[in-house]
Design a protein around this ligand. Structure first.
Ligand code: HEC
Ligand code: HEC
Length: 488
């Protein structure tokens, strides 16, 4: 990049801002004269820059998810919204991953069993130690799921929750679609997690009649068996399972068939490529498969933000948020603080169990202490607060953390950054311990720039978000086969 173009860029941004014009107005002004106004010069220069950077970063149009049959999708849909899958019949997947709230719950910590209501209105629930993650474009997360890859794929291609053989491998061979392995395995775990869906000892047939062992190998297989008995008592489910898996009798099915169906639902329902960014890079039309790329899809600010995000000499965000899902599916020490009740599955770390050692919990490698998965950024503006524990209510505060991560951690004030007052007393003073584990060297290559550059980065993050907004309530079915109420 030459000095002159840098000047044009800064000057163009500054002029537009000083005059109080929007980017649209700036770009539109050219139409009046019929000649290239400065705004359009800047624009076409930025379009070229960003297209070069897209190529440099190897970013391709977002792939469509693998096709699934309508029958499998419909079974997965029913299961995703049906509270029958929870021990006390009080929680479904959608209770926490609610389509109306961008497939999450807008809470700092997730609220599971015993609760009533959705999202911030949910009361009376058992509180978990982590923030609910969104479910967009799961076909792009193939190596593992959750912020520490608690649900990983092992070298042989089997899903091993918490690194163990909890889901019998022969079940996986029977039921899992090879394109949806981790999501299928992950979909079997909340049902057997006490605080999320299972319930606590003595509360229901799973927690009274199944062995309460630890690690819970006996418990999970027993609970999944009873879950299939429950579903088998509902003729509509038996028909749906048999339609989804032609040639297999319900009597021969185990719970992995349910997990696989839920994954199929998630892949298709929560596929999202209707964003300005996709239309710029090239959007694959799900109906026709035709790819169309539109130079006009991004505003000037979004283009400037994209340039910073993608350029290794500027933001260098793509050194971690790589590819068209914006994640390297790897782990990094980015120095975000810890609060809440601690990692609850299978139990917390450190004194009182209030800490969460991150990736080390699963890998067992002390070098992974306080390292966390790079989250995918698609629809990120629909799923705040931001950070794995919902550390910041304001996206700009989250991004400012990248400027001086050590200082940001030391200066973090939970009362300013988190609205949920209940969390304020649950801040863990482990900051020196986090800093002592070191910071990812890549963070020193990140330059978020000044206030205007920060505005542009935020504009770019908006461009990664679906035009339809956070409300996907059109996905919610009116009823589920158990007849239990569906969270509206
Ligand atoms: C009580 C709230 C709650 C319920 C109920 C729940 N989840 Fe989650 N979900 C979470 C939380 C919290 C995380 C993040 C866990 C972590 O990172 O350790 C998560 C993570 C996930 C992920 C991983 C996303 C990613 O980016 O890695 C998937 C997929 C998922 N849940 C699917 C489901 C399905 C399917 C169900 C129903 C069978 C379900 N969840 C039920 C709270 C919930
Ligand atoms: C060294 C790797 C790395 C780099 C470089 C990096 N990130 Fe991140 N990013 C992460 C990790 C890891 C997290 C999750 C941290 C946590 O919450 O503990 C994250 C979280 C985020 C989030 C919050 C997402 C959510 O769903 O809450 C945003 C937004 C984000 N990054 C944007 C950026 C931008 C913009 C840049 C460049 C200026 C950038 N990141 C550079 C690794 C990185």
């Amino acid at each position: 990049m030459s000095v002159i173009t840098a000047f044009v860029c800064v000057a163009g941004e500054a002029t537009a801002r000083a005059a109080g014009t929007t980017n649209q107005e700036l770009i539109g002004a050219e139409g009046l004269t019929g000649v290239l106004a400065p705004g359009q010069l800047l624009r076409s220069w930025l379009v070229d820059e960003v297209r070069d950077l897209i190529e440099e970063n190897g970013i391709e149009p977002l792939e469509l998810p693998p096709p699934v049959s309508d029958e499998l999708f419909e079974l997965g849909e029913a299961l995703f919204y049906d509270k029958i899958l929870s021990g006390n019949m009080d929680v479904s997947c959608s209770t926490c991953h609610h389509p109306r709230l961008g497939t999450t719950d807008r809470l700092t910590m997730n609220r599971g069993v015993h609760g009533v209501g959705i999202g911030p209105e949910r009361v009376g629930a058992a509180v978990g130690g982590r923030t609910t993650q969104p479910l967009w474009n799961l076909h792009k997360l193939q190596l593992g799921l959750t912020v520490d890859h608690k649900v990983p794929l092992n070298a042989e291609g089997y899903v091993t929750p918490l690194g163990g053989p909890f889901i019998p491998f022969e079940w996986q061979d029977d039921a899992f679609d090879p394109n949806m392995l981790v999501a299928a395995g992950q979909a079997m775990m909340p049902e057997v997690t006490d605080q999320e869906m299972l319930g606590f000892p003595g509360e229901n047939e799973f927690t009274t009649e199944c062995p309460q062992d630890n690690p819970p190998f006996g418990l999970v297989v027993c609970a999944w068996g009873k879950m299939m008995e429950r579903l088998g008592e509902i003729p509509e489910y038996v028909d749906m399972f048999e339609a989804a898996y032609p040639g297999v009798d319900f009597a021969d099915m185990h719970f992995a068939y349910a997990g696989n169906a839920i994954a199929a639902y998630e892949f298709r329902a929560f596929f999202s490529n209707d964003t300005p960014w996709d239309r710029f890079v090239g959007r694959i039309d799900p109906a026709t498969g035709v790819v169309e790329a539109d130079d006009d899809a991004l505003t000037l600010a979004q283009l400037a933000g994209a340039r910073r995000f993608l350029d290794s000499d500027l933001g260098n965000c793509t050194s971690c948020h790589a590819g068209n899902a914006f994640t390297d599916e790897d782990f990094h020490k980015t120095l975000q603080p810890q609060f809440g009740p601690g990692g609850t599955v299978p139990g917390g770390d450190g004194p009182g169990g209030l800490d969460d050692f991150g990736r080390m919990r699963i890998s067992g490698d002390p070098a992974d202490k306080y390292a966390w998965r790079t989250p995918p950024l698609r629809n990120v503006m629909l799923t705040g607060p931001w950070g794995r524990q919902s550390h910041y209510n304001d996206i700009k505060d989250f991004l400012r953390h990248y400027r001086f991560p050590v200082l940001a951690l030391l200066g973090y004030d939970i009362t300013e950054s988190v609205d949920e007052v209940a969390m304020h007393s649950q801040f863990l003073e482990n900051r020196q311990a986090i800093i002592a584990e070191g910071v990812d060297p890549l963070l020193y290559t990140v330059n978020i720039g000044g206030p205007l550059a920060l505005d542009n980065l935020v504009s770019f993050l908006h461009a990664l978000s679906d035009d339809n907004g956070a409300d996907f309530s059109h996905l919610i079915p009116l009823r589920v086969p158990s007849g239990l109420p569906v969270d509206p």
